[in-house]
Design a protein around this ligand. Structure first.
Ligand code: CMX
Length: 443
């Protein structure tokens, strides 16, 4: 058993009694209540999910295993010659909560080299799709195509299924998925945008660097990939992609079914597709409002109001939980400011100007509870700068990163034996009756 799996085994076994005790001794302790607004309004803010992989504080932003973004980047072992950690070290950290040693990172990296070999039938299935399919469709189909070799499904069907050890086969699938998904994403990118010019895996490179290599990117892009995948990995359990993955897996659907479903949720414009929408909005703004003139705050303000008055959302702004600027936005902004060339890039300047104007406009508009930018507002500028201009691919990049969080979460879901998820629904008649009575009588 690898050091990572052994560490995980010890952590899961040590953690189980905590979950069991909470249910047995304190199961009826009330931690939240639900009102009609939340019932109709997307279950916002109801505390009914448990994860220790990450926690999202509305004011502070994300903490991975208790560490905020700068602390995470500072703590983890770095890629050779880089100030950024490897994705492999982050995976160890997300799964176990431990900062790995260099030797442990090397072991994960070596394991991923074996796991990352993608069967030819996956590429054949992607190729069989219409070439103008959205790249997220291709990624989701690839995930389902891999399902036939699921180790979890195999274990379930073996007749020897055991709830206590089921997490081990989820871990095997999860590890295969995180190792293979960048290779699949690179294949999709090359197929769609580089005339099918495919590049072989370089076995000497870490995951982020290899992704850059496979899509024909520059040396500097290796850090972009590492940073991007880590920043997009996890945002506690309630967001659509993480929650969908958790929900589908709770039926004991294997990780391939579960993550394909999670990707389908990520592909929504209110979730991961917003990074593509931000670029689309910004480029259309330049085209329509800046004919021969420099962008100004006034022009941006006009364009933002036109979008809002047309009943559309400003992509990249607002959040269901956050009530301040997303630290993931700030981490990417800092990357831009610290990168010569990028900090003077015309598109970065427009996005920086939107940051100055949009919160005021959204506040005046008066609808959103959070007028500040989220992760998607900044990410596309960096990709554009490095020549990854095909912005309908950006959600695939998000999906590669998000796999880390979703897979870590469902490995623990199985380790702790979380139940099949099944909230109770009510009817409108019932809501009206309880509204008239001032609340439902609880017994
Ligand atoms: N532009 C315009 N209106 C917005 C808005 C925005 N950026 N953000 C929220 N609103 C509106 C909502 O549409 C809602 O309007 P209605 O009452 O007419 O339905 C109202 O403000 C209240 O919404 P909220 O409680 O502040 O936000 P929600 O929790 O309902 O939704 C989110 C959160 C992210 C879907 C929303 O802010 C949004 O649509 N943002 C733009 C899309 C985006 O950037 N998504 C990416 C989020 C990060 C990610 O998951 O990748």
């Amino acid at each position: 058993m690898s050091t990572l799996k052994e560490t995980l085994k010890q952590k899961i076994e040590a953690h189980r009694p905590r979950t069991t005790r909470l249910v047995k001794e304190f199961g009826k302790v009330i931690i939240d209540q639900v009102n009609i607004d939340q019932c109709i309004g997307g279950a916002r803010d109801i505390r009914s999910l448990v994860t220790d992989i990450s926690y999202l504080d509305p004011q502070e932003g994300i903490r991975f295993r208790g560490k905020n973004i700068p602390e995470t980047f500072a703590a983890l072992p770095k890629a050779a010659g880089s100030i950024y950690p490897t994705v492999e070290s982050f995976w160890f950290f997300l799964l176990t909560g431990d900062v790995p040693t260099d030797a442990q990172v090397a072991e994960v990296a070596a394991e991923w080299k074996v796991r990352q070999v993608v069967p030819q039938y996956v590429f054949d299935a992607i190729r069989a799709l219409p070439r103008d399919s959205h790249p997220m469709v291709m990624l989701s189909v690839a995930m389902l195509t891999l399902q036939k070799d699921s180790k979890f499904a195999g274990f379930y069907n073996s007749g020897k299924f055991n709830k206590m050890t089921a997490w081990e086969s989820v871990y095997e699938d999860a590890s295969d998925i995180v190792a293979r998904i960048p290779v699949i994403a690179a294949f999709i990118y090359n197929l769609k945008y580089r005339n099918d010019k495919q590049t072989a895996i370089d076995p000497k490179l870490d995951m982020g660097a290899n992704f850059a290599h496979m899509i024909g990117q520059s040396e500097e892009y290796k850090d972009v990939a590492r940073m991007y995948f880590i920043l997009h990995s996890d945002h506690e359990s309630g967001n659509v992609s993480a929650h969908t993955t958790h929900l589908v897996h709770s039926a004991l659907s294997d990780p391939y079914y579960a993550y394909s479903a999670g990707l389908n949720g990520l592909a929504g414009p209110l979730h991961g597709l917003a990074n593509q929408e931000v670029l689309d909005w910004t480029l259309k703004f330049q085209e329509k409002y800046c004919k021969g003139v420099e962008p100004t705050k006034e022009l941006i303000k006009d364009a933002l109001w036109d979008t809002l008055n047309a009943g559309q959302v400003i992509p990249g702004y607002g959040h269901a939980v956050l009530r301040k600027t997303d630290p993931r936005y700030m981490a990417q902004r800092e990357f831009c400011l610290n990168t010569p060339g990028l900090k003077d890039d015309a598109l970065f300047k427009v996005v920086a100007m939107i940051f100055e104007v949009a919160p005021g406009v959204l506040t005046e508009h008066g609808k959103t509870k959070n007028p500040w930018p989220n992760v998607d507002a900044q990410s596309g500028v960096i990709q554009m700068y490095y020549g990854l201009t095909e912005y309908d691919f950006y959600t695939v990049l998000f999906g590669v990163g998000r796999a880390l969080g979703c897979m870590a979460n469902i490995t623990w879901d199985r380790g702790l034996g979380y139940a099949i998820e099944r909230p109770k629904s009510v009817t409108t008649d019932m809501l009206e009756k309880w509204a008239a009575a001032g609340g439902r009588e609880l017994n």
